[in-house]
Design a protein around this ligand. Structure first.
Ligand code: PLP
Length: 393
């Protein structure tokens, strides 16, 4: 009677949500300070002051009918210009406002882009570990997902990637800094991925598109650089979000930027507009389009995440946990001491530690720790982590 695919999606609860709900229940039972919930990637630092200032100014000074009204589908022209100018200035790519499509966050950017690019049966390659929703978004567009397993240091294994490309490959999704590993892909590896894409596109006589999903672009520590993919590969579409960089996940605001040098760029942009229309997005939230235009080059004060990263990485490795030091985002991907990460997470619950098993990220045998939490939570959780690992020594 109903779409079986949609029914299943609606009924199967995400593992992360389930753990989060469990954490709420436990907090009510034993007190929030005694539960160490590392399950959700929800920013824990406030938006920069400029965001509140921009909201106030817009509400005070602008005509409220226009401010809350529809914008044109791809977005307010002045907002698109502010975004394009910022990209051109920061990354040296001549993106123009005609190639900026404002969206309700990266999730919408990805759904729209995948729907615009793929035909039923097309393949989309993702790199494990990967954001679980890629599968939902790609399969909803009718595409098939292929998973490339990681190499050393959870970087992309270029040979494995190459072996997965077929004439049906339409797109590849790169997410760096990565959720769930926090890894930033090295520039030399990005170059190899792009060379491979060029070679294969030429061999098959049609472009394979690179989708750069980058909600964590600004969340990097220790001066690490995140390559801007349009500078390495022309058939690139950037799916961006202000959810993390400006700590605005509930406001639903981001954009799609199409490289003007991409194959049939104008038609690609038109297909993106068509997909946005077909998916019923109408336009991105008007007030927040205007807010981000005033804050395009701002980032929340990420020092708290940097401090958390050091504390949790140093603390856990000293206890004997194994993980790659993350250069970005706010996640730590820790090797489970036993092959079954679900079992390990169940054990962790006995110490009130709420961790996410990695199976849905396409990379079994790990757990994800979202360290976008208060610093005292990290400090208080260390004895629990110490007791947990004792079980496996
Ligand atoms: N892509 C990745 C890798 C994410 O981690 C997230 C959210 O956590 C998204 C996309 C979706 O972000 P948004 O809130 O902008 O829709």
């Amino acid at each position: 009677m109903f779409s079986p695919k949609m029914l299943k999606l609606g009924k199967v609860r995400s593992v992360i949500r389930e753990i989060f709900e469990y954490g709420r229940k436990r907090a009510a039972e034993i007190g929030a300070e005694n539960v160490f919930d590392f399950s959700l990637g929800n920013p824990s630092i406030p938006a920069p002051p400029e965001v509140n200032l921009a909201i106030k100014e817009l509400l005070e000074k602008e005509n409220s009918v226009a401010l809350h009204g529809y914008t044109s589908a791809p977005g307010d022209p002045a907002v698109r210009k502010a975004v394009a100018d910022s990209i051109a200035k920061r990354f040296g790519v001549p993106v123009t406002p005609d190639y900026i499509y404002m969206t309700a966050g990266a999730a919408a950017s990805l759904c729209v882009t995948l729907k615009a690019l793929t035909l039923p049966g097309d393949e989309v390659i993702v790199f494990a570990p990967f954001f679980t929703e890629y599968r939902v978004f790609a399969e909803s567009a009718g595409a098939k997902v292929k998973v490339s397993m990681p190499g050393e240091g959870l970087q992309i294994d270029v040979d494995n990637f190459k072996s997965l490309i077929t004439p049906s490959t339409k797109a590849v999704i790169v997410n760096s800094p990565n959720n769930p590993s926090g890894v930033v892909y090295r520039e030399d590896i990005i170059r190899k991925v792009c060379e491979t894409l060029k070679e294969k596109s030429e061999e098959y006589g049609k472009p394979i598109f690179l989708i750069s999903d980058e909600p964590y672009r600004e969340l990097v520590y220790g001066g690490v650089k995140v390559p801007y993919l349009m500078n390495y590969y022309k058939d690139t579409v950037v799916c961006y979000s202000y959810s993390k960089s400006l700590s605005l996940p509930g406001e639903r605001i981001g954009y799609i930027a199409v490289n003007p040098a991409a194959t049939n760029a104008a038609d690609l942009f038109a297909a993106i507009a068509g997909a946005g229309r077909a998916l019923g997005y109408v336009c991105a939230p008007s007030l927040f389009q205007r807010v981000v235009a005033k804050c395009v080059d701002k980032t929340s004060d990420i020092n708290a995440y940097a401090k958390n990263r050091d504390a949790i990485y140093n603390g856990l490795t000293a206890l004997g946990y194994q993980c790659v030091k993350p250069d970005g985002a706010f996640y730590l991907f820790v090797k489970s001491p036993i092959p079954n990460a679900y079992e390990f997470c169940e054990k962790a619950k006995e110490y009130e530690l709420l961790l996410v098993p990695s199976d849905d990220f396409g990379c079994p045998g790990y757990v994800r720790i979202a360290y976008c939490v208060s610093y005292p939570q990290i400090e208080r959780s260390m004895p629990a982590f110490a007791k947990l690992i004792e079980n496996y020594k």
